[in-house]
Design a protein around this ligand. Structure first.
Ligand SMILES: [Zn+2]
Length: 149
């Protein structure tokens, strides 16, 4: 089976990096809005920056629940759009999900068994931000990488 892909334009990557830098030394977070052009071919059309409500924002994030409704409303205005998933930043570590990220994604999956995608923006190397895309595997046991295009 071909690897699932996530298409994210240069402009949107830059937007996420700007939000991530603005939030330093804390993690930034938000939604990925877009469509599934074909099965397992996700296309991000917009990203949002949400308030990080977590008390330990230096290495965790918690999106304001009110932002979900806002994101849903925005998707409803565009044919085929939905909340594809979430992005967040890692101020000082690689763009790989942390054990906390896995726990959080598994918790979300248990309540809302949707197949969300996750983008992580790493500012570990300040002049060379790195992005990677992930989702839970079919058993929600671990993250698998998506091809980022
Ligand atoms: Zn993380």
């Amino acid at each position: 089976m071909a690897r699932a892909t996530l298409s994210l334009s240069e402009a949107l990557r830059t937007e996420a990096i700007v939000y991530a830098r603005e939030a330093l030394p804390e993690e930034a977070c938000g939604f990925l809005l877009g469509s599934e052009a074909a099965p397992d071919a996700f296309r991000v059309e917009a990203i949002t920056a949400a308030r990080n409500l977590h008390p330990h924002r230096e290495d965790r994030f918690l999106i304001d629940p009110l932002e979900y409704a806002k994101a849903e409303r925005r998707c409803a205005r565009h044919a085929g759009w939905r909340v594809l998933g979430f992005w967040h930043s890692h101020p000082a570590s690689p763009p790989r999900p942390s054990p906390i990220d896995l726990e959080q994604a598994q918790g979300l999956h248990a309540s809302f068994p949707a197949h969300y995608v996750y983008v992580i923006v790493s500012l570990e190397v300040p002049d060379a931000p790195a992005l990677a895309a992930w989702r839970l595997d079919a058993h929600a046991a671990a993250f698998e990488a998506l091809g980022l295009r």
